[in-house]
Structure formats: structure tokens, C-alpha cells
Design a protein around this ligand. Structure first.
Ligand SMILES: [Zn+2]
Length: 153
């Protein structure tokens, strides 16, 4: 998902693609600035302190929102990995049946745990796949360790 570059300074200018210049639309200013570089436009906006302040506020609010969004996404991922790990432990180390994952009470517990987080549902199918992947990784790991040992001796 691409994020379009947004600078609120552009709200106050009309860009003429033909002439390659931007016209200030604040009040009756009508100042013409070459090209449409955000920094140059912003420099001009200092002549309009009210709008200038607004632009800075809106720009910083937007970037904070972006950071906050990323942070939340990351913590959702961390949460899902942790929950999945415990589910895998349940059906491997503890020897519980895989169907336990789909039991309604267990699903309810998952729902309670994920409150405030948005992640895709965890079910027995997903756990089976994740367990298989983990087992494969373990096998690879063991195999490579044995290989190393063999080469060493
Ligand atoms: Zn102006």
C-alpha cells in the first residue's frame, strides 16, 4: 500500500503545469513561485503566518499518525506471534488435540486476549500449518548442526 506524499502546503497553491509555476491562493496574494517544491512554497507561506502555522501543524499531525499506525501494526504482529507460539506449545509440548483450538471457549479466550488488536483469526488449520513450519525449521536446524559437526571432525 503506497502512501502518497502529502504536504499541506500544496493546499494553498495552484500549480500551472504548463508554465511550471505555483500561484499562491491565500487571500489576494497571487504570488507566483517557480516550480512546486514544497520547501520553496513553505518559505513563501511565512508571509502568511496564520496559514503557515496551520500547515506545520497539519504536516506534523500527519506524520505522527503514520508512526502511530506503524507502531500498532508491529505490536499486533508481535501479539499474534506470541499467541501462535503458545497454541503450538499446547498441541505439541502439552499434547493437547489440535481441535482444542477451534473449541468455542478457547476461541472466546483468544477473542478476549486480542481485544484492541486486529489480527486474522487463529484456528486449528493455522496452528497445524505453523506447527508444520516450525517442525520443518527444527529439522533444517538439526540437519545443519549435524552437517557442521560432520565437517569439523
Ligand atoms: Zn502568498
Amino acid at each position: 500500500m503506497g502512501r502518497k506524499k502529502s504536504n499541506f502546503v500544496y493546499k494553498y497553491f495552484i500549480y500551472d503545469e504548463h508554465q511550471k509555476h505555483s500561484t499562491c491562493t491565500v487571500n489576494d496574494c497571487g504570488a507566483v513561485i517557480k516550480d512546486n517544491h514544497g520547501t520553496n512554497l513553505l518559505k513563501h507561506m511565512k508571509k502568511h503566518p496564520v496559514q503557515y502555522k496551520l500547515i506545520l501543524q497539519e504536516n506534523s499531525a500527519e506524520s505522527e499518525e503514520h508512526v502511530e499506525g506503524n507502531r500498532k501494526k508491529k505490536s499486533n504482529q508481535d501479539f499474534e506471534i506470541k499467541v501462535m507460539d503458545e497454541c503450538i506449545n499446547l498441541v505439541t509440548t502439552c499434547g493437547r488435540p489440535l481441535t482444542l483450538i477451534d473449541d468455542k471457549p478457547f476461541q472466546k479466550i483468544l477473542d478476549m486476549a486480542k481485544a484492541g488488536c486486529s489480527h486474522s483469526p487463529i484456528n486449528s488449520h493455522k496452528i497445524r500449518e505453523a506447527t508444520q513450519n516450525k517442525a520443518d525449521n527444527l529439522c533444517d536446524d538439526i540437519a545443519s548442526k549435524i552437517k557442521k559437526k560432520t565437517y569439523k571432525s
